[in-house]
Design a protein around this ligand. Structure first.
Ligand code: CA
Length: 219
């Protein structure tokens, strides 16, 4: 899952950023409201962690802008403001959840998973296309009921494909889902990951659609 972190406090931002990387979530981090809006509009993110007190444009205004443009990307507000009115304002503006700093990393990760689940319309933690079954809580993957050991990047790639089974993803889309901004991406990196995933499962587990990209079949 690719997450945009919007936080202007360098210490808090670095702590959350590294916690997300440790959890194999591809996180990118911006420090003001205008950069947040530009990044979200450029696409590729599946969830936003949004601070309220931010330079240029505060979190409430970012959220308002998004929802006015009918952008329904899940947003979790993270803020030190614990006043009830602030929570109400955030939720009324269309936030999906609200977490008051300081919070435990475990709670943040659980909220992220819960919001992502609700957003994908499924209350089940498992995601599956019939062949692959992925448990995002334990980050375990099974292929035809046998456990498969994957690297973090392989996991992100297969999670993206299985979450939207039947949809074709282009190379660029997969690169955006699997890698953060700061990572160098080799031109054949995605092919390499797919090759390795097929080797660990089955040649036909991931289909290549010539000229368009890759997909896993829908159950
Ligand atoms: Ca702040």
């Amino acid at each position: 899952m690719r997450i945009l972190l919007v936080e202007d406090d360098p210490q808090i931002g670095a702590a959350i950023d590294s916690a997300l990387q440790d959890a194999d979530m591809a996180a990118d981090w911006v420090t003001d409201g205008s950069a947040a809006l530009a990044s979200i509009e450029a696409g590729a993110f599946e969830l936003v962690l949004l601070d309220i007190g931010l330079p240029k444009q505060d979190g409430f205004s970012v959220l308002k802008c998004l929802r006015q443009k009918r952008n329904s990307i899940p947003v979790i507000i993270i803020t030190a403001r614990d006043a009830v009115e602030d929570r109400i304002a955030g939720l009324d503006l269309g936030a999906d959840d609200y977490l008051v700093k300081p919070f435990l990393v475990g709670e943040l990760l659980a909220r992220i998973r819960a919001v992502a689940r609700r957003h994908s319309g499924s209350a089940q933690p498992e995601i599956s296309n019939g062949e692959f079954s992925i448990n995002p809580v334990y980050k375990t993957v099974q292929f035809n009921n046998s456990a498969v050991e994957l690297t973090g990047k392989e996991y992100r790639l297969i999670q993206t494909l299985v979450r939207s089974a039947g949809r074709i993803y282009s190379r660029e889309e997969l690169e955006e889902k699997v890698y953060g901004w700061e990572e160098e991406v080799n031109s054949n990196a995605i092919e390499f990951l797919i090759h390795s995933l097929r080797k660990k499962t089955d040649k036909s587990a991931i289909k290549n659609v010539r000229g368009l990209g890759w997909m896993v079949p829908k159950a």
